[in-house]
Design a protein around this ligand. Structure first.
Ligand code: AMP
Length: 311
């Protein structure tokens, strides 16, 4: 499959890369990293990265604005996105051929070519692997290495999650040999604004955990306003409950204008099935969904408690 993807990249003069909505560094890293690899290898090709920009990730990459007509003769590659509804910029359908590269469960096998490695710690790790196994057909650049490194570091929780393998460390080590400022990258990724740290304080003071180790926190619109935090910024907060002794699984409910976003995390029990029950999905230990009332949020919590009780 990797060679087929490389052949398609060679074949097309215009290549447009997409990724998922509400992007994280792995979405930016895999999309931008692959774009930079293609640019370094084939400087004559037109390569675009598209999607709605996330201001907190401007430091990683700025994206391109393109006309619909650019898609006409283009190869479209979608990175890090399990299902079509979550692809950012639905014009991905306008291309001539479509490739899916992803590390989430392959629930929606879209595309003419599909390369899914559910075991891979990051989509950026897969892109590095594509480069590595190309045996010289693809070239790495400093810009690509920086993006892929950021994606791997972020999606492994700085190499903490169980998805981290020997290969993950090896690839990250190889990427470190390229010329980019790691300290600056880490500062941009991990320095937090004061209001976010204060909100962390609120969460640590107010989360509720039952005896079985299921925890929840509800972040209402009112609360977000009070801390001057945006919905997007709450993604920086979800992992903090992971260090609570005895915690098994937890859920963040984040109120938006038209929905309540549900973010699940687990220390072991598989929780993406539950996310799917509520119309969402994700990885076995990190998943998400949306509900539309606080009553429904309570059902999600009850279901999570049942799931942990059955474990
Ligand atoms: P997040 O809490 O946004 O970091 O999401 C954790 C994981 O769940 C990510 O890998 C997302 O791809 C996935 N995910 C989150 N929300 C949804 C959703 N509504 N539908 C499908 N997958 C989701």
């Amino acid at each position: 499959m990797k060679q087929h993807i490389i052949d398609k990249i060679k074949q097309y003069n215009t290549i447009i890369l997409h990724r998922h909505v509400r992007p994280d560094p792995d979405a930016y890293g895999s999309q931008g990293g692959l774009a930079e690899i293609i640019k370094a290898t084939f400087p004559e090709k037109q390569v675009y990265t598209v999607g709605q920009e996330e201001p907190t990730l401007h430091f990683l990459r700025r994206l391109d604005q393109i006309e619909d007509s650019v898609y006409k003769e283009a190869l479209v590659i979608v990175c890090d996105t399990a299902n079509q509804a979550r692809i950012c910029d639905q014009r991905y359908k306008l291309g001539k051929e479509l490739i899916k590269i992803d590390h989430h469960p392959n629930e929606d096998p879209y595309g003419d070519l599909i390369w899914v490695e559910e075991e891979s710690a990051a989509c950026s790790q897969m892109v590095y692997e594509l480069y590595k196994t190309s045996e010289g057909q693809l070239k790495m650049s400093d810009a690509a290495a920086r993006l892929l490194y950021a994606g791997i570091v972020s999606d492994t929780g700085r190499f903490l999650y169980s998805s981290t393998t020997k290969e993950t460390m090896q690839y990250a080590g190889e990427l470190m040999e390229y010329n980019f400022n790691r300290q600056e990258l880490f500062n941009s990724m991990y320095e937090k604004d004061e209001h976010i740290l204060k909100m962390e304080g609120y969460i640590l003071q107010n989360f509720k955990m039952d005896r079985s180790g299921v925890a929840e926190i509800r972040l209402t619109k009112e609360l977000l306003n009070q801390f001057n935090a945006t919905q997007a910024e709450t993604s920086q907060l979800v992992s903090i409950l992971g260090s609570v002794k005895g915690i098994q699984a937890w859920v963040f409910f984040i109120e938006e204008d038209d929905q309540i976003r549900v973010r699940f995390r687990s220390k072991g029990p598989v929780i993406n099935g539950l996310a799917m029950k509520y119309g969402g999905g994700g990885h076995s230990l990190a998943a998400g969904a949306s509900v539309y009332s606080w009553e429904e949020a309570t059902s999600v919590l009850e279901d999570l408690k049942l799931l942990i009780a059955k474990k």
